[in-house]
Design a protein around this ligand. Structure first.
Ligand code: IPM
Ligand code: MN
Length: 360
């Protein structure tokens, strides 16, 4: 099947599990509203892919669904995860499969403290917490390379190999340089490589050499290097130092949970799994998970999902529409919401969506 090429923006929607469908509904509401204002056509095609279906029918995702999804340039994902499904099953069969098979090699995770949002960092203001993590998304410890022997015995051996390729490393680093250039931070363009070259002397040496080589093509971008442990320290102490961070898959996973808390928690943090190539299929998601205990109560925070929708539009080239959403979200967090925590927002889930629409 070939990619969808109509002028209309066609988005595949996977609401998924728990609160996923609720937050996705608000993101869709906001996308519809902004499309009217910016005068473009948008269509939403729902896909019933979730942990519930897996429990009932034993299906995670079919090859036909994979083929159908691949034709979209953008997928909007709510959350995948069910308390009754053992850990790893859905993650591997759905989320990681899509990242790998659709070759979504960039995991873009903006870290921005919005007005009115509380951060656990004392004295830090929105202007202090505004950076972006570019996480490699297809290699490293996530490839599933490894194995075990004598399982369950005292002699058990298990290996899990971090795999890095020159191609995979270079395309991610190059994208991060391009992104840093485009972001054009008025405080100066700075790309920081985060790795662990002092210990991972093969894999992260490849990262370092590739970083230094590609850097020569971007003389306008300043570069720096942090070991990942030091990065965790600086991120808490001096988050204002960072502009763009580029890092490996595993470290990116870890530091973006830390970063997510600095920006006000999982209610606001969003990410994009991006295949930047022509005809590539990308997927945008709130980072919060399925939050089973809040399901169906109209109390979950949809801001992260709405932010994911803005990221989708930005990547699709609808820059003005994306800015309109971001600005509206800032107004709502800054002047309306009492808190970003579920049940404490001062509004219900759908009212937050309405407020964003009213402020577009
Ligand atoms: C994330 C998640 C996933 C990851 C899990 C659910 C497989 O933690 O998107 O950060 O480790 O990448
Ligand atoms: Mn994670």
């Amino acid at each position: 099947m070939t990619a969808i090429t109509s002028k209309k923006l066609q988005i595949a929607v996977i609401g998924g599990d728990g609160t996923g469908p609720e937050v996705t509904a608000e993101a869709v509401k906001v996308l519809k509203a902004v499309s009217k204002l910016e005068k473009f056509d948008v269509q939403f095609d729902p896909f019933d892919i979730c942990g519930n279906r897996y429990l009932q029918k034993g299906i995670t995702i079919t090859d036909d669904e994979m083929a159908a999804l691949r034709r979209y340039s953008s997928i909007l994902l709510g959350a995948i995860g069910h308390p009754d499904v053992p850990p790893g099953v859905l993650e591997k069969a759905l989320l990681l499969r899509m990242r790998f098979e659709f070759d979504q090699y960039i995991n873009l995770r903006p870290v921005k403290l919005l007005p009115g949002v509380e951060t656990p960092l004392k004295d830090k203001k929105p202007e202090d917490i505004d950076f972006v993590v570019v996480r490699e998304n297809t290699e490293d410890l996530y490839t599933g390379v490894g194995g075990c022997m004598k399982k369950g015995t005292p002699d058990e051996v298990a290996t899990q190999t971090a795999v890095y390729t020159r191609k995979g490393t270079e395309r991610c680093i190059r994208w991060a340089f391009e992104y840093t250039r485009k972001r054009n931070n008025p405080k100066g363009k700075l790309l920081t490589l985060v790795a662990k070259t002092n210990v991972l002397t093969f894999g992260h040496d490849l990262w370092m050499r590739t970083f230094q080589e590609v850097a020569k093509e971007y003389p306008d971008v300043k570069t720096d290097y942090n070991n990942v442990d030091a990065c965790c320290m600086w991120m808490v102490k001096n988050p204002e130092y960072y502009d763009v961070i580029v890092t490996t898959n595993m470290f990116g996973d870890i530091i973006t949970d830390l970063a997510g808390m600095l920006q006000g928690g999982m209610g606001v943090a969003a990410g994009g799994n991006i295949n930047p190539e022509k005809g590539g299929c990308s997927m945008y998601e709130p980072m919060g998970g399925s939050a089973p205990k809040y399901t169906g109560r109209n109390v979950i925070n949809p801001v992260a999902a709405i932010n994911a929708a803005a990221m989708l539009l930005e990547q699709e080239g609808y820059t003005k529409a994306a800015e309109r959403i971001s600005r509206a979200v800032s107004v709502v967090t800054g002047t309306k919401m009492k808190s970003q925590a579920a049940g404490k927002m001062g509004y219900g889930t759908s009212e937050i969506g309405d407020l964003v629409c009213e402020n577009l």
